[in-house]
Write a protein that binds this ligand. Structure first.
Ligand SMILES: [Zn+2]
Ligand SMILES: [Zn+2]
Length: 100
C-alpha cells in the first residue's frame, strides 16, 4: 500500500498502482476542481504506472506520465515537482512560502 500526499494539500491518499491513480484523480477533481484538467478515468485505467521492482509509483492523472520513487515520501515530492514543473500547478501553501 502506497501513501501519497496530494500535491495541492496535506491530504494523504492510499492505494496501489491504478487504484492510487484513481484516488488521486477523484481527489483532484472533487476537492480541487481539476476535473477538466484530469484525463478520462477509462484512459487512466489502461495506463498503470511503469515502476521498477521495489519502487512505488503513480500515473499522473493529468498527462498519464509514470512517476516513480524509492519510497512514499519521495513519490509525494516527485509528484509535487512534476505538477509544478510540467503543469505549472503549485499548491497555494508553496506559493505563500515563495512570496515571503
Ligand atoms: Zn488535495
Ligand atoms: Zn503530468
Amino acid at each position: 500500500m502506497t501513501a501519497l500526499r496530494c500535491p495541492m494539500c496535506p491530504e494523504v491518499l492510499e492505494g496501489e498502482g491504478v487504484a492510487l491513480t484513481h484516488s488521486l484523480r477523484d481527489h483532484l477533481s472533487d476537492v480541487h476542481g481539476m476535473a477538466d484538467l484530469c484525463m478520462d478515468p477509462e484512459r487512466l485505467r489502461s495506463s498503470p504506472p511503469a515502476v521498477l521492482e521495489g519502487y512505488v509509483g503513480v500515473t499522473c492523472p493529468v498527462c498519464a506520465a509514470s512517476i516513480a520513487a524509492a519510497d512514499d515520501r519521495l513519490l509525494s515530492e516527485g509528484l509535487r515537482a512534476h505538477f509544478g514543473n510540467v503543469h505549472g500547478i503549485r499548491s497555494s501553501s508553496l506559493l505563500e512560502r515563495l512570496r515571503r
